[in-house]
Design a binder for this molecule. Structure first.
Ligand code: SF4
Ligand code: SF4
Length: 482
């Protein structure tokens, strides 16, 4: 098995070339310790999310059966496995390869871990013709568990592949197969179990959620002198807002910005203690849990009789939200009958002159913007956050062109990797984002994603980039005249 280089690769330097910014890949250290892996799941969490509590009997056979099932269900998966030309165009496009130098973190090599098993069982002619193939066994499972949980499912590699092969889909299939045989990570399974128990990823109980909302109302009163509400479980409100639960607890400036926004508009809104989470870690585990987590939001919307659901500042929440009609629709009891992201909602209102804004309120910072993978590449929201920043700030600078918009680098912790035991991988994977940010000289890094907001302050500190990380709505909040 390939080993991961010792961390940190402190000699990495970001170089300017005539093809944009470029990171030299670190040398692998042949004597490095064993590859980093996530802590394994606990039986109680697996039980709570309807997955096997231990490795199932005849797990090798069961895994191959699951692969066959997925090949039938997702024809794109079979196409991705069949058409790769092994050209290598994707090889240096993954932040985890750039950061670690581990060849198994090249997207093509990561995909080959599953492709070899696919060939062994389903492509015998290719196998006899000499194509690399191997049976599913303990050693292969260990490699899958390591490297499919060192992929953040960010899809950056797919932008550079001449065939559009999406390695994230291959990662998702591998994780789904592993989950079916009782193999998953503690972090991801624990988070999904918390959603079923308490309604949100952080496990905040309903009374604590309400307390936090009341505290934020007091903060808003002290700041503005106005009675700005943070409503919870209000039947008949116009809008159900499903933000990342971290906004209630950690990113409170963003949460207070939502309060100011609806106050200024005179629109009634609410959060739900049953579904107070936009994030959906089912996306990082298996289809059934993604569907079930998503369904809670529509159930809450029906229960509270709201007219519209808006998803807050979260990346993977938005990616999962886009699938809502397919997973649990139709959403025809809502207007519009499709998901709405808070940046779409706000940017549209700004354009229509709904707010009084004093841009000089943000003159103390030079702002740059990080496109979260799932907001930009997967969610097509490239212009809305930028329109918001331009409307609320005088000083805005973009990061280098080959690191933004659909080519954005992952923060290094998406896809279920935001867990302490992966810290070296997270810091290495965050290096490209840190260096692109450093190149701007910005003092405020705006991003509409709770995972990015948790990861990037650590990354910036680790790589000595002096920038504050915060939300896009936080800037509006500062500039809005109530
Ligand atoms: S999806 Fe992202 S993290 Fe996964 S291999 Fe591709 S570039 Fe790397
Ligand atoms: S760029 Fe596409 S075709 Fe080339 S190796 Fe990567 S996945 Fe395969």
């Amino acid at each position: 098995m390939t080993k991961i280089a010792n961390f940190p690769p402190a000699t990495l330097e970001w170089k300017k070339t005539n093809r944009g910014l470029h990171i030299p890949v670190p040398e692998m250290d042949e004597h490095a310790s064993a590859p980093l892996t996530c802590y394994p799941c606990k039986a109680k969490d697996m039980q709570a999310i309807a997955l096997p509590t231990a490795r199932v009997p005849q797990w090798e056979t069961r895994a191959v059966e699951k692969l066959q099932e997925l090949l039938h269900k997702y024809r794109g998966l079979q196409v991705y496995l069949d058409i790769c030309a092994q050209c290598g165009a994707c090889a240096d496009k993954c932040q985890f390869y750039l950061g670690t130098g581990d060849p198994n973190n090249m997207p093509v090599a990561r995909a080959n871990l599953l492709r070899k098993v696919y060939r062994y069982y389903f492509k015998r002619m290719e196998r006899f013709a000499g194509a690399e193939a191997e049976p599913f066994n303990e050693e292969v499972l260990r490699e899958w568990y390591t490297y499919f949980y060192q992929c953040s499912e960010c899809r950056r590699c797919s932008v550079f592949c001449p065939y559009g092969i999406d390695t994230a889909e291959i990662t998702m299939a591998a994780r789904e197969i592993m989950a079916a045989i009782g193999v998953a990570t503690k972090y991801v399974t624990e988070v999904v179990a918390k959603v079923y128990e308490r309604g949100n990823n952080l496990g905040i109980p309903g009374p604590a959620w309400i307390d936090n909302c009341q505290f934020l109302e007091e903060e808003l009163k002290a700041e503005t002198g106005k009675d700005i509400r943070m409503p919870v479980d209000e039947v008949g409100a116009d809008v159900l807002l499903v933000m990342p639960s971290a906004d209630n607890f950690a990113n409170t400036d963003t949460m207070m910005a939502y309060g100011k926004l609806f106050y200024a508009l005179g629109v009634s809104w609410t959060t739900s203690t049953y579904a107070n989470e936009g994030g959906n870690f089912g996306l990082f585990l298996n289809y059934q849990n993604m569907k079930k987590v998503n369904r809670r939001i529509l159930d809450a919307a029906r229960e509270l009789k709201v007219k519209r659901v808006i998803w807050g500042e979260c990346g993977h929440a938005w990616r999962a939200a886009i699938y809502t009609n397919t997973l649990n629709g139709p959403m025809d009891f809502l207007d519009p009958p499709h998901p709405v992201h808070i940046c779409q909602f706000t940017a549209d209102l700004i354009q229509r002159g709904a707010f009084k804004i004093d841009k000089t309120a943000n003159d103390d910072v030079l702002v740059t913007y990080h496109d979260p993978c799932n907001v930009a590449r997967a969610g097509s929201l490239l212009e809305e956050p930028r329109a918001m920043i331009r409307a609320t700030c005088n000083k805005f600078v973009e990061m280098p062109a080959n690191t933004i918009r659909e080519k954005t680098f992952c923060c290094g912790a998406g896809g279920g990797l935001l867990t302490d035991e992966l810290m070296p991988i997270r810091m290495a994977g965050g290096k490209p984002r840190a260096e692109a940010c450093r190149a701007t000289g910005a003092t405020y890094l705006a991003t509409p994603c709770a995972i990015c907001k948790a990861q990037l302050p650590e990354v910036m500190k680790h790589w000595n980039v002096g920038v504050k990380v915060g939300g896009v709505h936080d800037l509006l909040s500062k500039a809005m005249i109530l």
